[in-house]
Design a protein around this ligand. Sequence first.
Ligand SMILES: [Zn+2]
Ligand SMILES: [Zn+2]
Length: 322
Amino acid sequence: MTFDKSWTKITNKEDQTFIKKALAFANWAKKYADSEGKIHCPCKKCVNAGRHDPAIVSTHIIHNGFEPTYNIWIYHGEHLPGYETDGTDSECDESENDSNDGVEDLLNDAFPTGGEPEAENFRDDADQRNNLNAEKLFIDMEKPLYPGCDEFSVLSFLLELMNVKLTCNMTNVSMDMILNLFSQAYKDVNLPRNHYEAKKYLRTLGLGYESIHACKHDCALFWKEYTELQNCPVCSTSRYEENDKGKKKPVKVLRYFPVTSRLKRLYASRHTAKEMLWHDQQRNKEEGVLRHPADGQAWKHFDTVFPDFANESSKCSPRACQ
Ligand SMILES: [Zn+2]
Ligand SMILES: [Zn+2]
């Protein structure tokens, strides 16, 4: 099965086929949504740099047009030609059954595709399910990179690799190719198959980040009310520049590591939740000895100012946190 992409080349934005296909695309791409239900937007303005709710993505595509250079939908589950694991197109993803260690299944479980995040009760269910899946992922990430490997766990390898990617400014495509090469060369290796999955994997563990475009001169972030702007609201400098291939790319990107998801994840697994309570439950609280930041004046002062917050850890057992 192949993707029908002919509609993306339709230039008349009022064409009914174009509108219908844009709506269908956003609806279908929901299965590649992140934990907030957002997907990469392939409209001409966002060029996959921005992520939005699927409904906004379809509106963007209809108003701005579909980015003409986005031919291989790597942000929406497609693999590079020759890099599919079993020769099928990724539109058949759901039936794919490869030698991966099940990370993909875990990821699919962690990001249920049909959920309506707007409804609170669904969100509670999803939270619970996410916690269970985070727990499974924690166990999974402690697995050796391949059977018998003492040096690297799946996670430590993945983090090293991501570090290399960021330090050397490697493209997502090069990561796709490297991860794919590893999977082909080492049949027993426990790694995600491409960069997109690696990011999803880290995001599930609360290690993901959000990319926020910034003004070249650091005046403002293209965030909240400025999300859609093309120029800096203070100095009017352009948000994008063209690279030598004529492709639009943001001039400056801030990588924001949200603390909430990290804390949630740390409390979601009984392994790490225990560590989160250690300072209160297992620390030697002998006076006059400084062994931990909690023994310091600043921590104690904070506890007296916010007693409810300070008491929280004793109310919160790892079981209750799950
Ligand atoms: Zn867009
Ligand atoms: Zn500026």
